[in-house]
Design a protein around this ligand. Structure first.
Ligand SMILES: NC(=O)c1ccc[n+]([C@@H]2O[C@H](COP(=O)([O-])OP(=O)(O)OC[C@H]3O[C@@H](n4cnc5c(N)ncnc54)[C@H](OP(=O)(O)O)[C@@H]3O)[C@@H](O)[C@H]2O)c1
Length: 220
């Protein structure tokens, strides 16, 4: 069964890029926003690019009740607030996917923001209602590449979680995206590495004046 994928923070560039990739792979996608109008507009933008009405835009509460896999595509510092705001809508069948990267630019250089040695995903997992599994993934996939369907992703996706069932659901959905090699990255604590890899990719992009730095694991 193909699960429906929703985005909390669905009007941002990372969400729209991921929505395009999933929708073009035939996965039902819903973009969620705190504003019904912004959600509709974001979905219309995606559907224009897809050439078919595959993406729906809904207020966050309705998006959550209509989807099984919920991506958190909000700014990293808002992820806890966003989960808290909608926790009453979350049910035990939901899986949350955290794509956030805690970083800031200092003198044009991306700097990883340490949080007592924990990843943002681990910090977030502590505010989730009991029984809602969290998966860390897609942190190293740049929005600029995701949004251009003419570019093959041709890279690896590491998926991390302490819930094997949740990790398998996300890996199965991600495997539908062409040229994305999906790998089990291990427990949620590996998000500490993924978040730093994302910051490394951003700095490589800036140094080499590119937009698409991403990672490909060889040998597996
Ligand atoms: N850009 C990249 O290449 C990239 C790559 C990997 C990971 N990421 C991560 O992806 C995440 C999203 O990045 P982005 O640049 O797309 O983000 P963004 O445009 O700054 O924000 C995305 C959306 O989040 C919603 N939002 C903000 N605060 C919220 C809150 N308190 N509650 C609910 N929704 C809230 C807003 O939507 P509404 O106002 O419409 O509700 C906003 O349009 C970030 O955490 C980033 O670290 C980005």
């Amino acid at each position: 069964m193909v699960l429906r994928i929703g985005f909390l923070g669905g009007t941002g560039i990372e969400a729209k890029g991921l929505a395009l990739r999933f929708a073009s792979a035939g996965v039902p996608v819903v973009l969620g926003s705190r504003s019904a109008d912004r959600a509709k507009q974001a979905a219309a933008d995606c559907n224009d690019l897809l050439g078919k009405p595959s993406v729906e835009g809904l207020p966050c509460q309705e998006m959550i009740s209509s989807c099984e896999i919920i991506f958190l595509t909000v700014p990293y510092a808002e992820a806890g607030n966003a989960v808290t705001a909608y926790q009453a809508n979350l049910r035990s069948h939901h899986v949350l996917v955290d794509v956030t990267v805690p970083m800031q630019f200092v003198h044009g250089h991306a700097v990883y923001l340490e949080q007592s040695g924990k990843s943002n995903s681990e910090v977030l997992s502590q505010v989730l209602p009991p029984g809602i599994p969290l998966v860390a993934a897609f942190k190293t996939l740049p929005a600029a590449i995701l949004a251009n369907l003419e570019i093959e992703l041709n890279c690896s996706l590491l998926v991390c979680s302490d819930s094997a069932e949740a990790k398998n659901s996300v890996m199965a959905a991600a495997s539908l995206i062409p040229t994305l090699r999906v790998l089990d990255g291990g427990p949620l604590s590996v998000a500490r590495t993924l978040e730093r890899m994302s910051v490394l990719a951003i700095n490589l992009n800036r140094r080499y004046r590119q937009k698409g730095a991403r990672f490909k694991i060889a040998g597996i």
